[in-house]
Design a protein around this ligand. Structure first.
Ligand SMILES: [Zn+2]
Length: 360
C-alpha cells in the first residue's frame, strides 16, 4: 500500500495535465484488473481519462469514489519532496488523495487474499478532474451513483472524523460593461465599469448569511485598460458556499437578479451551483450510524464532521444515495504547504474500508 502510494505521489498530476493523470489511471486500472475487475475507461480530451472498475455480485453495487488529480503544479515535489518523518508522510497530493486510492486497492487485495470478497457487486470510480469540481466526470459519477446501494468517498478525513455534511459550492462570474473615454480630456463621455462593479460587490457580499452557513467571496476582480482611461469593462469571480439547497436557490436567484446602479452599464452574470450541498439527513445519517458501528467492531471510535469544501460526495448525496465521505487518509493540510498523512492510521483505514465493503 505504501509503495503504491509513493509511486502515485511521485507522478505529479495537476488536474490540467492530461498525460500524467492518464498515466495514473493506467496504473490503477492495472491493479484493479489484477483483482479481477472489468474496467471501463471514460476517455476525455481536456482532462485525464476517468475509469470505473466493476466486480459482479448480488444486488446494487457498492460504489467507492476517488480521484488521481491534485491541486499541485508540476515541480512541487522539488520544494515538498516525498518524505517520511516522525511517522508522518509528506508530499503533494499524498493525503488528498493518493493515499485514499492506495488504501482502496489494499482493502480489495485484503478481501481477495482472505477469501472474504463481498457478496454485493462492487464498483470503484476514479476520476481526473475532482479538484476543479468534476466538470467532465460529473455525468459518470451521477450515472454510477444512481444505481448504487451506497457511496463511499475516499477523501481525507477531518482529523479522525468522517464527513457527513459538505457545503454546496458555486462559482459565478459577473461581467460589467461601461464605456471607455479619456479620463482627463473627455471624462463625461465615459461610463466606469469599475465604479459599477464596486456597487455590485457590496450587494454580492451582503448575500452572506453566517447563521445559515452561507458564505460569499468575491475572490477575483479585474477591469480597466489604463490609469487614465475610464474603464469599459470589469469582471468579478464569486465563490458561493451553502449548507442547504434552499440557500443555494436564494443566492443563485439573487445573483441573477442584480441590476445596475448606473443604468448606462450592463451586467452579465454566469455560473451556477456546480456542487449541490451534501446534507446530513436520512440516508447519509443512516449510513454513518452503520459505518460507526462497523468501526466499533474493529475498536475504532468514529466521529463525524462537516466541511465547507466540496467533493464528489456532494453529487452522490444529492441523488439521495447513502454517502459517507472522508474514509481516506488521516492527516493535515490538504491543498496547503506541508500536506501530510499519519502513516500508522492508513492501514486502519484500509481495514475499515474492507470491513465496510464486506458488511454493507
Ligand atoms: Zn480530494
Amino acid at each position: 500500500m505504501f509503495d503504491l502510494m509513493r509511486e502515485m505521489t511521485l507522478i505529479e498530476s495537476p488536474t490540467s495535465d492530461k498525460a500524467s493523470n492518464d498515466r495514473l489511471i493506467a496504473l490503477v486500472r492495472a491493479r484493479f484488473e489484477a483483482l479481477g475487475a472489468t474496467v471501463d475507461i471514460d476517455p476525455q480530451s481536456d482532462f485525464g481519462d476517468h475509469m470505473v472498475a466493476r466486480w459482479p455480485g448480488v444486488g446494487k453495487p457498492g460504489l467507492i469514489i476517488g480521484h488521481v488529480d491534485t491541486v499541485w503544479p508540476f515541480g512541487t515535489l522539488e520544494d515538498m519532496p516525498y518524505r517520511e518523518e516522525d511517522g508522518n508522510i509528506y508530499g503533494p497530493g499524498v493525503l488528498d488523495m493518493k493515499a485514499g486510492i492506495a488504501a482502496t486497492i489494499a482493502a480489495l487485495e485484503m478481501l481477495r487474499n482472505t477469501g472474504d470478497w463481498p457478496e454485493r457487486a462492487l464498483a470503484v470510480l476514479v476520476n481526473s478532474d475532482e479538484e476543479v469540481g468534476s466538470p467532465s466526470s460529473r455525468p459518470l459519477v451521477e450515472a454510477e451513483a444512481v444505481n448504487a446501494a451506497y457511496s463511499i468517498v475516499m477523501e481525507p478525513s477531518m482529523g479522525f472524523s468522517l464527513k457527513t455534511a459538505r457545503k454546496g459550492l458555486g462559482e459565478f462570474r459577473l461581467h460589467i460593461e461601461g464605456r471607455a473615454s479619456h479620463a482627463g480630456a473627455f471624462p463625461e463621455d465615459g461610463i466606469s465599469a469599475i465604479e459599477e462593479m464596486a456597487h455590485q460587490i457590496l450587494r454580492i457580499q451582503a448575500l452572506k448569511d453566517w447563521d445559515a452557513g452561507t458564505t460569499i467571496n468575491v475572490g477575483l476582480i479585474d477591469g480597466g485598460s489604463a490609469r487614465n482611461t475610464i474603464p469599459a469593462e470589469a469582471n468579478a469571480v464569486i465563490d458561493v458556499r451553502v449548507t442547504s439547497a434552499d440557500e443555494g436557490e436564494r443566492v443563485t436567484s439573487a445573483l441573477y437578479s442584480l441590476y445596475p446602479v448606473n443604468t448606462d452599464t450592463t451586467l452579465e452574470m454566469t455560473g451556477h451551483l456546480h456542487r449541490p450541498p451534501m446534507e446530513r439527513e436520512g440516508p447519509v445519517a443512516e449510513l454513518f450510524a452503520r459505518v460507526q458501528s462497523l468501526g466499533a467492531e474493529l475498536g475504532m471510535e468514529l466521529s463525524e464532521s462537516s466541511t465547507g469544501g466540496g467533493s464528489d460526495a456532494n453529487l452522490t448525496a444529492a441523488l439521495g444515495i447513502p454517502t459517507i465521505d472522508g474514509m481516506g487518509a488521516v492527516g493535515e493540510h490538504p491543498h496547503a504547504d506541508g500536506e501530510y498523512l499519519v502513516a500508522a492510521e492508513l492501514p486502519k483505514r484500509a481495514e475499515l474500508l474492507a470491513h465496510c465493503l464486506r458488511m454493507l
